[in-house]
Design a protein around this ligand. Structure first.
Ligand SMILES: [Zn+2]
Ligand SMILES: [Zn+2]
Length: 360
């Protein structure tokens, strides 16, 4: 039923890009997303399918146009914000089980962003878990990751290379607050770029509001409001406009999305630019983005946590998706696990959700 791709994964990516597991795999990879034939549903479909389970609301997992959605209750508001008020969304509490055409489904916390879930699928005694995006590090803005035992694990591997090893969240928080304090002493406004959904709110939860006012870009603010409405408590923050920029000049920390324009940033001059992203762990990324401060704060599992998670689930078969799939699958195959790769539409996009909402 499963094939070890030892030889194939040494070939260039394109050679197995759409490599399909055998037809009877409980969950297979289709062009529209991951598909469960027994239950006739998709997971993270990005085509207009009849029914999809959504692991979380980032744009490479949640797309508008499906007939019916199933998601974790904690993330329902966030999902609706992203895919539209008219979408038909069913929700489940974490751990609650439903039956879909004879297939048992439950959702379990993934610790990635608010409402993020792993999908547990059970059929005729066989258990598969699809992790979606996940992390094992502390995050006050969402439920912590839960280990779900399974036979087959479909795991993301956005940072599936040994070079990715995160520092503790507290250390990274201290680094951000120290940078902010330093900027206040120098009379500069701090502009921190972070993904509008998830990262921005996690960053907010780590800030020390006694240093100065917190301002947020419109794209971030709308998600902050959705988080608050979902019951997540975050420090006070005001919309970053010309007026608040002037009032907070040299003291404020402004959170904007990575795609924020130069025009938008100009009103915070003199400023210091920081980026909060796992990619900051790679020398060169920061320079290319011309940031003054790069903080490797990621909402994905690093290399040790990916391996630990696979071990803890007890899975004998692992399918890598979303990220450094070829390298990661090759490593796993060498450790004796049955391994495969499921391509995703955005498998090279890495950390997702490049909100480019322009705001002048
Ligand atoms: Zn994500
Ligand atoms: Zn993703």
């Amino acid at each position: 039923m499963f094939t070890v791709l030892r030889d194939r994964i040494k070939e260039p990516r394109a050679a197995y890009h759409w490599f399909a597991m055998s037809e009877d795999a409980l969950i297979s990879s289709r062009e529209g997303g991951l598909y469960c034939a027994a239950g006739d549903f998709y997971i993270d479909a990005c085509q207009p399918v009849a029914r999809t389970i959504v692991t979380h609301a980032h744009s490479d997992h949640a797309c508008a146009g499906a007939g019916r959605y199933l998601t974790a209750a904690a993330g329902e508001r966030v999902l609706r914000k992203r895919i539209g008020a008219e979408a038909v969304i069913d929700s489940l509490q974490y751990g609650e089980q439903v039956d879909l055409n004879g297939v048992k489904i439950s959702l379990h916390p993934a610790g990635h962003v608010l409402g993020s879930a792993q999908v547990r699928v059970e059929y005729r005694g066989e258990v598969w878990v699809v992790t979606g995006d996940y992390k094992r590090q502390a995050d006050k803005t969402c439920a912590p990751f839960e280990v779900v035992p399974c036979h087959t694990l479909v795991t993301e591997c956005t940072f599936g290379l040994p070079i990715f090893r995160w520092r503790k969240t507290e250390e990274l928080a201290a680094e951000i607050n120290q940078w902010w304090r330093g900027n206040v002493s120098a009379g500069r406004t701090s502009v921190l770029l972070a993904y509008a959904l998830g990262k921005a709110q996690r960053v907010m939860s780590l800030l020390d509001p006694s240093i100065g006012p917190i301002l947020v870009h419109g794209a971030v603010q709308s998600m902050v409001e959705t988080y608050r409405a979902s019951g997540v408590s975050l420090p006070a923050a005001e919309h970053a406009n010309a007026e608040t920029a002037r009032a907070g000049k040299g003291r404020a920390l402004v959170i904007g999305p990575p795609g924020a324009s130069a025009l938008w940033m100009r009103k915070f001059n003199p400023l210091s630019v920081g980026i909060a992203s796992g990619w900051m762990a790679v020398r060169g990324f920061r320079r290319r983005k011309s940031a003054d401060m790069g903080c490797a704060l990621s909402d994905h599992a690093d290399w040790p946590d990916l391996l630990r998670t696979i071990r803890e689930t007890g899975a004998q078969r692992v399918i890598a998706t979303h990220g450094y799939t070829a390298q990661f699958a090759r490593y796993l195959a060498e450790t004796g696990l049955e391994t495969s790769v499921y391509a995703t539409r955005f498998s090279d996009a890495g950390e997702e959700d490049e909100t480019s909402a322009e705001e002048a």
